[in-house]
Design a binder for this molecule. Structure first.
Ligand code: TYD
Ligand code: MG
Length: 455
């Protein structure tokens, strides 16, 4: 009999190698390659007779298509991020740093669903039942009918959740603790996690239960071990936030049944996570309106406008190479804005340290923030505070031109709602609301902006 070939799989990215290597060829990480049995748990066995399927014509399906059946948690921010609730028969991966609040969120979701009459099983592989109960007590979830189990073995979990009445939702906390008898690899390896997740997905498909899988993220920002898991599940959500701040964001990065740019915003309190229905108020909470270097950015997160303050500090440097420190934004983008300011606006920053911070520990991903960042930088350098009731948005191109961005009307509506009566935005912006009483200044180049601020 031929000995089955083992593979050498990177625990960081899942790349398979035919021999052991010190450095992964896929992601370049060192010492992440481990020998594994590639067929661990997924082999069909020698005696299996292939089963013939029956293809169906697309047209024959018309009329049968329905909306995916969803389980609403009633926690609006969570339902928003999942695209309207957990889908029956599907698997969702919730990733995040250890200690960010994944178990807390899911215990609260489990309690909310249980109160709505759903049957929920919470499988904890990390904590003992007593510990999970303690957390539930703190969250006032202890008196609900959520079923707890402390298991890590895949076969045991399947036996546990498959017993009795079918569950509506199963939570596995976390996938890194899963191990299967059928996979010939050490617990925590790619093969083990993949085998475990595959078994859970199969269970969800067969029973129609919604499966929620928790995964920890490594410092590189990937779900530890298998990025493969992201491809296997139907939706991937990341729970993010800064440990120093109380707010948390649930961000959708993949969703087969809904939009991928939605966020849910929460605040961590001593009684668990509280929903934040108006994030702008949270991020603008501690504004110091009279100081130079602060500009309010009218941003968008999915379908929802978010106002957030961008703070810049530009100061003469005492170092040979000036410092560029940045929190909450892309450093390459900052370098670009600085270069455009120098090249097209005559703003010399070569002898200045530049610090940029997005208030509240929030992270901006939109290029539309360019204009707010440039405004904050120029304001700080000139020592002149920007008008307190003004918002900024627009993309800056390398030529110094300001390009229009999407969702102008929504950004301005949110700004007006929060008491901002002025806006500086790109010339040629579509759907500019008329006759609202707000003063919208359209500018078409970065030198225009500098002239406006520095006079
Ligand atoms: P946890 O949900 O255990 O994080 P994860 O599952 O992502 O590892 O939450 C961890 C942190 O949240 C912990 O530092 C304590 C804090 N916390 C609160 O502040 N309030 C609460 O009500 C709870 C339950 C936790
Ligand atoms: Mg946890």
């Amino acid at each position: 009999m031929v000995k089955p070939r083992t593979q050498f799989i990177c625990q960081n990215c899942g790349t398979a190698h035919s021999r052991w290597v010190g450095k992964c060829e896929g992601c370049g990480e060192w010492n992440t390659v481990v020998e594994e049995d590639p067929m661990g748990g997924i082999g069909s066995g020698p005696g299996k007779v292939p089963k013939k399927g029956r293809p169906v014509a697309l047209t024959a399906l018309s009329g049968e298509i329905e909306e995916a059946p969803r389980i609403h948690t009633g926690i609006a921010e969570l339902d928003r991020a999942t695209g309207g609730g957990f889908v029956r028969g599907s698997a969702v991966l919730i990733g995040g740093d250890p200690g960010i609040g994944k178990s807390t969120l899911l215990m609260q979701a489990a309690a909310a669903l249980s109160r709505r009459g759903h049957r929920i099983i919470y499988v904890s592989g990390e904590e003992a039942v007593a510990q999970v109960r303690l957390r539930a007590q703190r969250l006032h979830a202890a008196e609900t009918d959520v079923l707890l189990a402390a298991e890590t073995n895949v076969e045991d979990i399947l036996a546990t959740v498959g017993e009795g009445k079918r569950p509506d939702l199963v939570i596995i906390d976390s996938i890194q603790t899963l191990w299967s008898d059928t996979a010939d690899a050490a617990p925590g390896t790619v093969t083990q996690v993949r085998t475990g997740v595959q078994a859970m997905i199969r269970f969800a498909k067969q029973t129609g239960a919604a499966m929620v899988l928790v995964g920890h993220v490594t410092k590189e920002g990937q779900i530890a071990g298998p990025r493969v898991v992201e491809h296997m599940v139907d939706a991937v959500l990341y729970f993010e936030g800064d440990r120093g701040h109380h707010y948390r964001i649930l961000r959708t990065v993949k969703n087969r049944f809904g939009p991928t740019d939605e966020i849910g915003v929460f605040e961590m309190s001593d009684k668990g996570l509280r929903e934040v229905n108006n994030p702008s108020e949270l991020f603008l909470g501690e504004r110091n309106e009279k100081s130079p270097g602060a500009a309010v950015f009218a941003g968008m997160e999915g379908t929802r406008p978010v106002l957030v303050e961008v703070q810049a500090l530009v100061a003469p440097t005492s170092l040979g190479t000036p410092r560029r420190a940045i929190v909450g934004w892309d450093s390459a983008r900052l370098s670009m804005i600085l270069a455009v300011l120098e090249a097209h606006c005559g703003v010399r920053l070569g002898q200045h340290d530049v610090y940029l911070n997005v208030a509240g520990g929030y992270r901006i991903t939109e290029p539309a923030a360019d204009l707010a960042v440039a405004s904050a930088l120029v304001s700080s350098l000139a020592g002149l505070a920007l008008p307190a009731d003004c918002v900024y948005f627009g993309e800056v191109s390398l030529s110094g031109a300001i390009r229009p961005v999407a969702h102008t009307a929504q950004r301005l509506k949110e700004a007006e709602k929060l008491g901002f009566s002025q806006a500086v935005l790109p010339a040629g912006s579509a759907d500019l609301p008329k006759g609202t009483g707000g003063r919208w200044s359209e500018i078409d180049s970065l030198p225009d902006l500098v002239a406006r601020i520095a006079g």
